[in-house]
Design a protein around this ligand. Sequence first.
Ligand code: AMP
Length: 221
Amino acid sequence: MIILLVGSPGSGKGTQARFISERLAIPTISTGDMLRAECESETVLGLAAQSILAAGRLVDDELVNAMVVNRLSRPDCGDGFILDGYPRTIPQAFFLDSFVEERGLPSPRVIHLDVPMPVLISRLSSRWHCSTCHRTYNLLYQPPARKGRCDVDDAMLVQRNDDTEQVVRQRLESYHSLAGPLLDHYAGDRYHRIDGQCPPEDISRQIEEALRPVAAIPRGR
Ligand code: AMP
């Protein structure tokens, strides 16, 4: 099964990706995480992408497509995979269509987490994470017990350098200018819109219901 998690930055894709990945035992491929890892390791791709990520713009389609194909060719993707943050543009969507067709893979199911813009700005600019275990906190809705420290390991909380309000606005504008055509591309039976403002557990349940007809998901936990 191939699942595309579509939604603006801050729509909760990461949280739901972890949930689906666990339930279906398939890996999540997050292009944002992969690009951040490339930047941290200062690879050729990372060095080319660093300033683009810092400004909240999109990395070139060719670079991202090559990185994704490379990752999808690994054996752990054999039973399926979840894509988080890819495709983000129409050329990326066409590229993925060809990849799926050439390899004889099933048509992707599309889960769209829909969240209004003002909620996204507030969520993203108050999002911090642990510098060690990467657990995410929201300083407004889900703050840590001790200011600036992780509840799990007491390590320092840090903010992604593209989660500042100015860069957040740029990332959201970039997402919204491309989202319409992308969602049109995936319109039809395989598309499922989910209200991303519901509590995370309700969203997980709705995703499960949407996928149940095509995935062998056991009922209950
Ligand atoms: P994310 O963690 O998904 O919000 O992505 C963080 C940043 O990585 C984005 O703001 C882009 O600069 C870059 N990025 C992630 N996915 C893509 C993609 N599919 N195409 C181009 N750039 C991407």
